[in-house]
Design a protein around this ligand. Structure first.
Ligand SMILES: NC(=O)C1=CN([C@@H]2O[C@H](COP(=O)(O)OP(=O)(O)OC[C@H]3O[C@@H](n4cnc5c(N)ncnc54)[C@H](O)[C@@H]3O)[C@@H](O)[C@H]2O)C=CC1
Ligand SMILES: O=C(O)CCC(=O)C(=O)O
Length: 532
């Protein structure tokens, strides 16, 4: 009996997610709060891992994973996972980007409300037995300006809520189009510096990247209005904590709300803790019943599909396409893999460049999956474990440049994929293929521009031989004598007296048979290509 695939659930997710994994016949190991050393042991034989934000999947941890196929993040940010190392290892990393959007937007808005009305501080005062109606004066959101940095899913939800309070909303997001900003009813600010002096409230909603780290630093605080209120429910480090401390000290910042910190758990000795006008939550953005259920179930579905069926969705390190594109390109995936395998085997050593050109309706599609299939096919006999995740980086490591072209030129077939290889010495080889018939069967239709028809199933014997009577009979006799069945064959004239002959065999021919054919005077070149 096959051993069940092990899924390590390293951070707590909804019990419904865990149940779903078990129902899928997976061996679920729940181990929360493990040390990095324990995670390294637990991950050794796991095929899937699920984390939230606590467990770090570093390259060191990944190096201990012998069977790992997928890491699932129940949430948005994947900064606790070493993506380049996962990619290198061929491990897909997937997240659940939409499940906690509303929860995080609502928590952020709660922080904004607490920053404008000192509810938390007043509550503390009451609990201390006081009745102080003077200290806790707030201000109104009505007709104030909110500046949202990062106008993605969460930022957009916050804009809607701010508009309900009749705030003016400014947005800074270099990737947001004017049209989208308009449809959201926000003013798009091209330069961060231009929005800062106008804002009464500033909230950040973007990933932590080299470009966003310390986006709100001393210089940025200098530009802000006195009495500004700032909020970070995205990632610690977008607002520089040391700069926020100074801005609170000087009175530039009237209130702040933080859910995330430069280091988590939040440093016990952080000077920020001294300011009563800062409200803290311990990374609770996604912590609602609804969000945890949505993310827990979704991540379980993603991991089960990836581990059991190799189906990749929501990948952050592999391309995904929509269902319509997938349906259109699917018949060509197998073809491209075969073309990649073929061009690799017929090319001279030290290929420097691979170029794929798509013709017909293929030239109008998103061909990411086809390019990957081609790269995977090329690498099939070159290195172990090339997959959708690591094929591009493996190719890059080999120093092979990859180019894809969508061609509007006419071709001999309504849809055609042409692959060319250029080797170090400049030799160019090419193969082309399409899909045929009702079954949309892959067919190689050209080798070096010569017409052939190869279904590319098992082994293929490629010969360049004299174009003279009796050739086919001679080759067929050699093969037949050794019990090799010819499944299909084509002969294509390639010069005045030369032909390219292609014999599709049910099995790989032995070296003796190949040597016997090579010895024939009328045969110039012999190459055996394997597809299976
Ligand atoms: N506190 C919590 O528990 C949670 C925190 N988060 C954090 O919130 C962030 C935002 O989440 P979503 O809105 O779902 O992500 P999203 O991907 O929908 O939006 C991120 C936005 O940031 C923008 N952006 C990227 N680089 C930028 C830059 N240099 N300057 C300005 N904008 C930039 C992008 O264009 C995008 O519109 C996540 O990256 C995650 O780190 C997400 C969920 C829960
Ligand atoms: O899982 C969590 O609670 C953290 C959520 C988060 O930060 C995210 O989804 O990026």
């Amino acid at each position: 009996m096959n051993k069940k695939a092990k899924i390590l659930v390293a951070d707590p997710i909804s019990p419904k997610g865990v149940e779903l994994l078990k129902q899928q016949g997976l061996d679920v190991v729940e181990a929360y709060g493990s040390t990095p050393e324990q995670v390294k042991e637990l991950i050794a034989d796991a095929e899937g891992v699920i984390v939230r934000s606590e467990t770090k999947i570093t390259s060191d941890v990944l190096s201990c994973a012998k069977k790992l196929k997928a890491v699932g993040r129940a949430g948005v940010g994947v900064d606790n996972i070493d993506i380049p190392s996962a990619t290198e290892k061929g491990v897909v990393v997937m997240n659940t980007p939409t499940g906690n959007t509303i929860a995080t937007a609502e928590l952020t808005f709660t922080h904004i409300m607490c920053g404008t009305r000192p509810i938390v501080q007043a509550n503390n005062s009451i609990r201390e037995g006081k009745w102080d109606r003077k200290t806790f004066k707030g201000s109104e959101l009505f007709h104030k300006t909110l500046f949202i940095l990062g106008m993605g899913r969460i930022g957009s939800e916050i804009a809607k809520r701010a508009q309900a309070f009749q705030m003016t909303v400014l947005a800074y997001d270099p990737f947001l189009t004017e049209a989208r900003a308009k449809s959201l009813g926000v003013e798009l600010i091209a330069n961060l510096e231009d929005g800062l002096p106008r804002a009464d409230y500033i909230t950040v909603h973007m990933p932590l990247t080299p470009a966003t780290k310390y986006m709100l630093d001393e210089k940025a605080f200098d530009k802000m209005k006195k009495g500004v209120r700032v909020f970070n429910c995205a990632r610690g480090g977008i607002i520089k904590e040391a700069a926020l401390v100074e801005a609170l000290k000087s009175g530039k910042v009237a209130a702040a709300g933080l859910d995330v910190y430069e280091s988590e758990p939040f440093a016990k000795d952080s000077p920020l803790r001294e300011f009563p006008n800062v409200v803290f939550t311990p990374h609770l953005g996604a912590s609602t019943k609804e969000a945890q259920e949505a993310c827990g179930i979704e991540v379980a579905e993603l991991i089960a599909a990836a581990v059991k069926d190799g189906i990749i969705r929501n990948a952050v390190n592999a391309p995904s396409v929509n269902a319509e594109t997938l349906a259109a390109v699917k018949p060509y995936v197998g073809l491209c893999e075969k073309l990649g395998t073929l061009i690799q085997q017929i090319s001279a050593n030290k290929v420097q460049k691979l170029k794929v050109s798509f013709y017909g309706k293929l030239s109008q599609l998103d061909n990411k999956l086809l390019m990957l299939a081609l790269q995977k096919g090329y690498l099939k006999l070159v290195c172990d474990n090339a997959n959708d995740v690591n094929a591009p980086s493996k190719l890059k490591h080999l120093g092979i440049e990859f180019e894809a072209v969508n061609s509007s030129a006419e071709s001999d077939y309504s849809e055609l994929v042409v692959v060319e290889s250029v080797c170090e010495k400049g030799e160019v080889r090419s193969v082309a293929g399409t899909v045929m018939g009702k079954g949309l069967m892959p067919r190689v239709v050209k080798i070096d521009g010569n017409d052939v028809e190869i279904s590319a199933k098992n082994s293929v014997l490629l010969l360049v031989n004299k174009d003279k009577p009796g050739m086919v009979a001679t080759i067929a006799a050699i093969l037949g004598n050794k019990n090799y069945n010819i499944a299909n064959m084509t002969v294509s004239r390639i010069g005045a007296d030369e032909a390219l002959s292609v014999y599709e065999l049910d099995e790989h021919p032995s070296s003796e048979v190949v040597a016997e054919i090579e010895k024939l005077d009328s045969v110039d070149r012999v190459k055996v290509v394997d597809f299976s």
